[in-house]
Design a protein around this ligand. Structure first.
Ligand SMILES: [Zn+2]
Length: 118
């Protein structure tokens, strides 16, 4: 799938959230998701001794809270300039169940790729 300008903007949005909000051991990853109508939802993970919640899960909950019907594209980045992070298997399954046509941005920051969630 082709990287669009809006995909590059989504990577930048996730990176900005990671830089701004991931400043402790409690929050180490940030996701940004674009909705079908062009809004951007961002979220950070929550680390806990039992494992916590991944940013993709938090983004999904945030989308539901804001009444978003469809997520179109999602990307997750690490804190402190770490690269784009591929969602863990449980999150991929969760996202695929809720948004089977979701586009996923993966790969190195300097050459990201778009793939499908399933
Ligand atoms: Zn996960």
């Amino acid at each position: 799938m082709t990287m669009r300008d809006t995909d590059r903007a989504l990577v930048q949005a996730a990176s900005a959230v990671a830089k701004l909000r991931c400043r402790s051991a409690a929050h180490t990853l940030a996701s940004a998701a674009r909705t079908a109508d062009g809004r951007v939802i961002s979220a950070v993970n929550v680390v806990h001794a039992t494992g916590g919640a991944c940013p993709e899960t938090v983004a999904l909950g945030t989308a539901a809270t804001q009444g978003v019907g469809e997520l179109e594209t999602i990307v997750t980045v690490g804190d402190r300039g770490r690269a784009i992070v591929t969602p863990c298997d449980p999150c991929r399954q969760l996202l695929a169940e809720h948004f089977p046509s979701l586009r996923l941005i993966v790969g190195p920051v300097d050459n990201p790729q778009v793939t499908t969630i399933v």
